[in-house]
Ligand binder design. Sequence first.
Ligand SMILES: [Zn+2]
Length: 204
Amino acid sequence: MRGSFPLLLPLYFGAALFGANAGARPAPPVAAVADVTIVATPVRARWERHSRRPIRVFIAAAPGTRGWNPGLLETTWASFRRWSTAGVPVRFARVASASDADVVVEWVDALPGTCIGKTWREDVGAEISNARITLALHDHRGRVLTPEMQRGAALHEIGHLLGLEHVGHRDSIMYPQVWVTDIAEADRNALRSLYTSRAPVAAD
Ligand SMILES: [Zn+2]
């Protein structure tokens, strides 16, 4: 499907058990391999027309989904704000409906396999057009994801939403499994590099 636009990129986030595998070799990030291959386009996509207006984010309530609680709305929004500190001209604004949004965040009980997060991103050429993030509330064994795991998953998926790809070092939030639950200086640098590596496309 590469070369046909718009391009929908499914980005799966593997659920390594944070802290549970101490001392053991981490499982290979199986679910991540496809991401990196698909995303390897000549020009990496980013949001282009949002330096003047923010990316509009709708975080859906999911009261009917097992394990969901209203506090997730604010903690997830806090993860968006966290990325806003990276020093790039990308801002987020919350909106009240999916129809007004560039980005929709939704929850499910669980995702297939060991995934705990997934980002569908629609890229038009080198410009990200819109995206949908799905966050799981339970791992593949049915266990409730801790707030730390949920925060790590949200930050990771928002990284994909902004255009970042997976990296191979575990101190990055963009490692394909949860080993850290905050963005690192390397992640901020990667984002700054992406958003300053070429001239912006003129806003319409
Ligand atoms: Zn990922």
